[in-house]
Write a protein that binds this ligand. Sequence first.
Ligand code: ATP
Ligand code: MG
Length: 261
Amino acid sequence: MGQIIAIVSQKGGVGKTSTAVNLGACLSAMKKRVLLVGMDPQCGLARCFGLDDTGAGIGLLESIRDGVAVSEVIYPSHARLPRLDIIPANVRTMTEEGQYIGSMDREINLLSRVLERVKPDYDYIFLDCPPRLNNPTQAALVAADSYLVPIQCEYASMATVGRVLRAALEVRRLHNARLGIFGFLITMADKRAAFTVKVVQEIRLYLKDRVFRTIIPRDPKLAEIPNRREPVIAYDLQSPGARAYVQLAREILAADSGRVT
Ligand SMILES: Nc1ncnc2c1ncn2[C@@H]1O[C@H](COP(=O)(O)OP(=O)(O)OP(=O)(O)O)[C@@H](O)[C@H]1O
Ligand SMILES: [Mg+2]
């Protein structure tokens, strides 16, 4: 049975979508079956695989609004990553965004029920949330077994984490008692910046062993993904960004198999 992990932060541009795409790709390259779900109406996730232009037709919107079987909205992600599948949000207009959010508003457990059917088919299901703690994020936390918070390595980053933690605690209390912490991931770390060491220390001081040991560096190669339309391991396996996500996948697999590396 797979685990469902919501990738959340109300702060925009911290690496949620990049982490879903690249961590998902690395885990699938390591023989795990992975499903990525685009929760963000902006559909950034699908764009990273070139899915928007192919006229995917139907996606998460149709599944939650119209009851289309979830198996019909799952797409292959990449020819070289056969174990990596994707569900695009497929929200194209303002009206559709209203329907998408409205459906989740009416029934907070709707996404859980949709994903329950595919849970046995995957080892990891990552939910790429929008940069808001609104209904799609809330529905993701209700459906999830745990959540992963990317933290951009900069001053005052801890302030944004507090809000995510409070939102997750509330969901845990009201809707989903099994919701746990998957981990906090330091992203976009600039080795040359003087403050980096201090910020990393501060994050580790507060969040302790919940912070992944792997740190994702700032790497222009990672920023090419929306343009290249494939995960970084497909076009530059030796780049610092690719190596970091490979290392993160190994760290997760080691932790999940109960070993301490
Ligand atoms: N480690 C990195 N180094 C350099 N650029 C990165 C890195 N991670 C992500 N980026 C780039 O930074 C931008 C924001 O990243 P991403 O889209 O993953 O963040 P997000 O949290 O999903 O954003 P949003 O909240 O808008 O959905 C993107 O242009 C992405 O390509
Ligand atoms: Mg995003």
